[in-house]
Design a protein around this ligand. Structure first.
Ligand SMILES: Cc1ncc(COP(=O)(O)O)c(C=O)c1O
Ligand SMILES: N[C@@H](CCSC[C@H](N)C(=O)O)C(=O)O
Length: 465
């Protein structure tokens, strides 16, 4: 069979052996399925907690995205549920009288992940040790200092600081010295279209994504997907899903199958917007360190000025659409997110949606991390996170500029000739508001050269299929 690109496989749901040859798979809301005891062959479905045909269609689609059999995929009720199931199925019950299950995780984690790990720690179910996983040597030292590591939990780029974790290198190290350690990757920031950590060499054991983000893309459902390297791992996780009823509902499964179809086009446009915006913030709005002011910075893995640009590119086929920047002032950042001039950028948590979103992580997505801990980890309280949607980039820039002017961060001088960053040590930025309309081809070239997925050499981790 001819090789099909990932953008294509998620559009096509195949013929579902539907009695009416429906083009779109139907939603099976039924919780029960009639049993035929005269037939010896095992039935696929009896009760929706155990399995549902609409959920199966979704699991099949995700399996195609990650290039694993449908049996290795589980669709559950949220990204957090996915992590909870993985830890319960593979880690939390590994303890003995002399050993508490031990997890190594990053120090720039989504707030909810940190909260769940803290909970397990407080309840003495597991110990979690946090280290900057983007620093391989630090990770190695911590790993080697522990008697036994049951699980390594990785996420790259990190949310919201956009730090790049060298997942291939960590996997080589861990699997060489401790093959029994379960390596889990939270792939929410990339989605299966940009990164497939199962297909690295060696691959990780389990990947999960908050399907609430890119996979669905419309902020109208909560979901999570778990993709296991082997059927054995998947079976252990299925046991927890079936026992607890964490499987995704039929209606949400159906919506997610629909959302997935446009993943390729959505992500293309979102990443292109993010690329343009990151260059604009850095070059034209002055959000970059200067001799005298080191506190403002644009954080995006798609910027060539990012020291980890090449590393990220080596195992991902796109930069994602999340970027962040520090204004240098907590008060001004607060003014920016509160500005009534924002009419396109919605001030909400989450990312991966077709709508562009702006947030202040310390007050929103990462508020569940203790302020003391944020301080310890040098978490910038003035950080603004942007999650680009699919809108026209000129409108997005204009909207953000109006809010930055309103928040007293940027001043437009000489009738729009200069954008002047008032916080970055009064750095005069030599650009005009014409920059808003700069030919997109300039950026398009960056994006296409650096990241665009070419059909012939798609995809996984640089290895051609
Ligand atoms: C990186 C990351 N992982 C996991 C989650 C949890 O996903 P959900 O909200 O679907 O439970 C989120 C956000 O919520 C996230 O940002
Ligand atoms: N109040 C919520 C916050 C959800 S944040 C969602 C998302 N992961 C993000 O990074 O924006 C909570 O307590 O979890």
């Amino acid at each position: 069979m001819a090789f099909k690109t990932l953008d294509t496989v998620v559009v096509n749901t195949g013929s579902q052996n539907d009695q009416h040859s429906a083009s779109v798979p139907p939603v099976y809301l039924s919780t029960t399925f009639k049993v035929d005891l005269s037939n010896e062959t095992a039935q696929d479905y009896d009760y929706s907690r155990s399995g549902n045909p609409t959920r199966s269609v979704l699991q099949n689609q995700i399996g195609k995205l990650y290039r694993v059999p449908q049996e290795n995929v589980l669709a559950v009720s949220s990204g957090m549920t996915a992590l909870d199931i993985i830890l319960r199925g593979l880690v939390l019950f590994n303890g003995t009288d002399n050993h508490t299950p031990t997890i190594i995780a990053g120090d720039d984690l989504y707030g909810g992940t940190q909260r769940l790990l803290n909970f397990f720690k407080q309840q003495s179910h597991a110990v979690s040790v946090h280290v900057d996983t983007s620093d391989f040597e630090k990770f190695k030292t911590v790993f080697q200092s522990l008697d036994k590591v049951d699980c390594v939990l990785l996420e790259s780029p990190t949310n919201p600081l956009c730090k790049v974790v060298d997942i291939p290198r960590i996997l080589r190290f861990v699997k060489c010295i401790s093959p029994e350690t379960t390596v889990v990757v939270d792939n929410t920031m990339m989605s299966g279209l940009n990164c497939n950590p199962l297909q690295l060499d060696p691959g990780c054991d389990v990947v999960y994504e908050s399907a609430t983000k890119y996979l669905n893309g419309h902020h109208d459902l909560m979901g999570g997907v778990i993709i296991s390297k082997t059927a054995e791992i998947a079976a252990k996780l299925y046991f927890v899903v079936n026992s607890t009823g964490a499987g995704l509902s039929p209606m949400d499964s159906w919506l997610l199958v629909r959302g997935l179809k446009t993943l390729g086009v959505r992500l293309y446009q979102q990443q292109r917007n993010a690329m343009i915006l990151a260059h604009w913030l850095e070059d034209s709005c002055g959000f970059k360190p200067t001799e005298t002011n080191k506190t403002t910075k644009t954080r995006f893995v798609g910027l060539r000025s990012n020291p980890d640009f090449k590393l990220h590119q080596s195992f991902n086929s796109g930069p994602g659409a999340v970027l962040s920047f520090e204004t240098g002032s907590f008060e001004h950042s607060k003014r920016l997110v509160s500005s009534k001039k924002l009419s396109i950028w919605a001030v909400t948590v989450s990312f991966g949606c077709v709508n562009s979103l702006l947030s202040m992580p310390c007050k929103m997505s990462h508020a569940s991390i203790d302020p003391e801990l944020r301080k310890e980890r040098d978490f910038p309280e003035d950080l603004i996170r942007l999650c680009c949607g699919i809108e026209n980039i000129v409108d997005l820039k204009k909207d953000l500029l109006a809010a930055m002017v309103d928040a007293d961060i940027i001043e437009i001088r000489e009738n729009g000739k200069y954008l002047f960053n008032k916080l970055n040590n009064n750095l005069a930025v030599n650009t005009t508001t014409d920059e808003l309309h700069k030919p997109l081809s300039v950026y398009e070239e960056f994006y296409n050269q650096d990241f665009i997925r070419k059909d012939s050499e798609l995809n996984v981790m640089g290895s051609k299929l």
